[in-house]
Design a protein around this ligand. Structure first.
Ligand code: BG6
Length: 480
């Protein structure tokens, strides 16, 4: 309402994430008229940048109407200061409250803090916010970006340190995959359709594969990436979130806690991952030798064994899934950009048709690019011949919905944080169990210095990954 003011404070405002995601998402909300009419946006970082240079920098990341851009840029402020010094935050506080006071008739000043900073300074910045910047007459909420630690111990330490400063209800841990349209649709598809739920178990499904593919390498981010590797970067968070939504039991209600309770319960049923059910890969240069190999990326040690590709089989020990494999695959520098869930069904018990066609029913939920849900079916080839062929029931968003204008995941998440809705954020116990699943595997990989299998930039990834899927009964059909 008009008596409350929103100040968004972006810590790490001069960084890549802020430029590529945070500011564009705020602009997206602005264009949709979803930011409160009284909004101030303050950037904070160490670098001294003139406000006009800062605006020019941010402007490059914004797409849309020039006039709107100008109006949005006029909401931006920037201040430079240290991350580990109270005096800097105190000085910043004075600027923010002076700016807030300029707005008339305001009774509540709400503050949304967005930590777009590296994990090494999470705690310093949290102390700074807590010590100097908390709103005196409104709510203060903090959005934190991953990585939340690099193993169970460091994650617990982070949770406990932040827990001393902020209440769980004021903390919003982002996993931006939860903000994606198709990820949101997973629960609707599962629980709103009578045709899927009865089939949704090991009785009718032979395997579920969740794939994340990128067609770019680390591209100068190698120095950062090398400290984490693909399992921490993508599998432990984004893919595990998708897995929980695909596999969890129906929640009691759509309330955030009820959903998270089911996710946590599911995650606790995951069996320890076995090294002989894991494939690790690292990309080499492309066939022409033009694109740098991972080891040639800036900041990557020449003898690094950090994986840029990982595939692993997950076993969920509960009545619905016991004995049925979940295959998670993720990698950089592959042949395409694609994230999808592929549910492969068993063949009907009494299969009357010739056995040379080995294709199966598959339900595919494509998260990106080109959101789609399609179901592969066997159908009679039209005409006099008695042949069957594979065809599809296809719900491609672009064909089905006119003028599709999907918000970026970050738009939805920032809006939810403004509303105080935790539904799409990661709860502390959920994070804990995610680390419990991956820490033993990561420790083993590091202790035994397991060498990743090389794969060519632009390829399907390590050969052993396809073999792993095959070993677990996945039948590769045409077009996959
Ligand atoms: C980030 C990872 O969390 O997700 C990146 O750190 C990855 O390495 C990115 O590229 C992928 O996000 P999206 O939305 O482009 O699929």
């Amino acid at each position: 309402d008009s008596r409350s003011l929103l100040t968004v404070i972006i810590l790490g405002a001069s960084g890549d994430l802020a430029k590529k995601k945070t500011y564009p998402a705020l602009f997206g909300l602005y264009l949709r008229d979803l930011l409160p009419s009284n909004t101030i946006i303050y950037g904070y970082a160490r670098s001294h940048i003139e406000i006009n240079d800062f605006k020019a920098r941010i402007s490059k990341g914004l797409k849309g109407d020039e006039e709107k851009k100008k109006q949005f840029l006029s909401l931006l402020h920037y201040h430079s200061g240290k991350y580990d010094e109270k005096a800097s935050y105190d000085e910043f506080e004075k600027l923010i409250s002076a700016e807030e006071k300029k707005q008339s008739g305001v009774e509540r000043s709400n503050r949304l803090f967005y930590m777009a900073i590296p994990p090494s300074i999470f705690i310093d910045v949290s102390i700074g916010i807590h010590g100097s910047l908390i709103s005196k007459n409104g709510w203060s909420r903090v959005i934190v970006e991953k990585p939340f630690g690099r193993d169970l111990d460091s994650s617990r330490e982070l949770v406990s340190e932040l827990g001393k400063l902020f209440k769980e209800k004021d903390l919003f841990r982002i996993d931006h995959y939860l903000g994606k349209e198709m990820v949101q649709n997973l629960m609707v598809l599962r629980f709103a359709n009578a045709v899927f739920e009865p089939l949704w178990s090991k009785s009718h499904i032979s395997s579920i594969t969740i794939t994340f593919k990128e067609d770019i390498g680390t591209e100068g981010r190698g120095g950062y990436f090398d400290q984490f590797g693909i399992i921490r970067d993508v599998m432990q968070n984004h893919l595990l979130q998708v897995l929980s939504l695909v596999a969890m039991e129906p929640p009691v209600s759509l309330n955030a806690d009820d959903i998270t309770n089911e996710k946590v319960k599911l995650l606790r049923c995951i069996q320890p991952i076995k090294m002989n059910e894991v494939v690790l890969g690292q990309y080499t240069s492309d066939p022409e030798g033009k694109i740098p190999a991972y080891l040639d990326d800036e900041g990557v040690p020449k003898d690094s064994v950090t994986p840029t590709y990982a595939a692993a089989v997950f076993h969920i020990n509960n009545p619905r899934w016991r004995g049925m494999p979940f295959i998670l695959k993720c990698g950089k520098a592959l042949d395409e950009r694609k994230t999808e869930v592929r549910i492969q069904f068993k063949r009907p018990d009494n299969f009357l048709f010739s056995d040379d066609d080995i294709s199966r029913n598959e339900l595919v939920m494509r998260i990106q690019p080109g959101e789609a849900v399609y179901l592969k079916l066997l159908s009679k080839k039209p005409g006099l011949e008695n042949k069957i062929e594979q065809t599809e029931l296809d719900l491609s968003y672009r064909h089905r919905f006119e003028n599709l204008d999907l918000p970026d995941a970050y738009e939805r998440l920032i809006l939810d944080a403004i509303k105080g809705d935790h539904n799409l954020f990661v709860r502390d116990d959920e994070l804990d169990v995610a680390w419990q699943i991956f820490t033993p595997l990561l420790d083993q990989i590091e202790k035994e210095k397991i060498k990743p299998e090389p794969y060519t930039f632009g390829s399907r990834g390590p050969k052993s990954a396809d073999e792993l899927s095959k070993r677990f009964g996945f039948i590769r059909s045409l077009g996959y």
